[in-house]
Design a protein around this ligand. Structure first.
Ligand SMILES: Nc1nc2c(ncn2[C@@H]2O[C@H](COP(=O)(O)OP(=O)(O)OP(=O)(O)O)[C@@H](O)[C@H]2O)c(=O)[nH]1
Ligand SMILES: [Mg+2]
Length: 323
């Protein structure tokens, strides 16, 4: 057995250090990571992936830390992926998260990892899908993915999660008007956190109105609204119950098959995007015509659109000949 295969087997047995190593390799684009994931991937599909999103400072990490506690009490093993913000102003959040989640650091049934998004254009980073798959194969029952509520990621987490939790908070100005367009619609479960602050009642009222006026089929899932004070652990059990109720709904309505298809497709697209651009750039650098094109773009003598088209055509012709 190769070293990588041995590591993959250890991860399958739930060995946390082996899993951590594989995730690090994947993050570093080390070949071993892909090799290990090829072994692990067939064992995925059991974990319940919950995405948690909302505006910066809404209390997502505080909530996640409480969720870990509640899920552990139900004897479930919990993986947590906190997507690091790439924007510098929220850099402090990373340290904050670590401190906040420290209480679970010595628990073997908990795995916490920060992921870099690396400012990738469009789509959650491939690394996040990969890390989720590794945790899934390792036998973690629930994987919580916290995404910072800035940029595109907060909407993309929907593609990764079975259940998306959207956290709202009072005090952001004009109630739900202050929420980013589109974010309320992606919620399977709503949380109003900081229920202890003034404005929480008004926000709850507005959200209720919003939910009641949105059109849904009779059969469709109606996103429940949970009021929480994460700091005090209030509303956390209700939130866990709401997430599992949504999971149950997916099963009974047979939507779970569609969700599985959607997740697989997005994972595939993320990998393909990554591999294709890597290959194309290598091709461009090594091919004399490609190098000339690149030089022309650099010098401002050619527009990037026509250059990209020329390059893709050349690549296709070459690929056709190789077949
Ligand atoms: N009053 C009040 N404050 C809270 C509550 N929950 C969290 N906070 C505070 O809100 C601040 C932000 O909490 P975090 O858990 O870091 O929020 P976050 O959404 O993870 O923040 P980012 O990851 O930076 O977007 C902290 O100072 C928390 O102590 C709550 O229920 N009530
Ligand atoms: Mg956070």
């Amino acid at each position: 057995m190769t070293q990588t295969a041995a590591l993959a087997r250890a991860a399958l047995e739930g060995e946390v250090r082996a899993g951590a190593r594989i995730i690090r390799w994947l993050d570093d684009r080390d070949e071993g990571g892909v090799e290990a994931l090829e072994i692990l991937y067939p064992k995925t599909g059991r974990a319940f992936v919950i995405g948690i999103t909302g505006p910066p400072g809404a209390g997502k990490s505080t909530l996640v830390s409480r969720l870990i506690g509640a899920l552990r009490k139900r004897e479930l093993r919990v993986g947590v992926l906190a997507i690091d913000p790439t924007s510098p102003f929220s850099g402090g959040a990373i340290l904050g998260d670590r401190v906040r989640m420290q209480e679970h650091a010595t628990d073997e049934g908990v795995f916490i990892r920060s992921m870099a998004t690396r400012g990738q254009l469009g789509g959650l980073s491939r690394s996040t899908f990969e890390a989720t798959a590794v945790l899934d194969a390792m036998g973690f029952d629930v994987v919580l993915v916290e995404t910072v509520g800035v940029g595109q990621d907060e909407l993309d987490v929907v593609e990764l999660a079975h259940t998306t939790v959207v956290v709202s908070v009072p005090g952001l100005g004009d109630g739900i008007q202050a929420m980013k367009a589109g974010i309320l619609e992606v919620a399977d479960v709503h949380v109003i956190n900081k229920g202890d602050l003034p404005g929480a009642d008004e926000l709850e009222r507005q959200l209720h109105v919003n939910l009641e006026t949105s059109e849904r089929d009779d059969e469709a899932w109606k996103p429940p609204l949970v009021r929480a004070v994460a700091e005090k652990g209030e509303g956390v059990e209700e939130l866990v119950d709401a997430c599992f109720a949504h999971r149950e709904h997916l099963k009974t309505s047979r939507e779970d098959a569609l969700v599985a298809e959607r997740r697989a497709e997005h994972f595939f697209a993320a990998i393909l995007r990554d591999m294709a651009s890597e290959r194309l750039l290598t091709f461009a650098a090594e091919d004399p015509d490609g190098a000339r094109l690149l030089e022309e773009v650099r010098a401002g003598k050619r527009d990037p659109y026509s250059a990209a088209k020329v390059l893709l055509d050349a690549f296709e012709t070459l690929a056709g000949r190789a077949r």
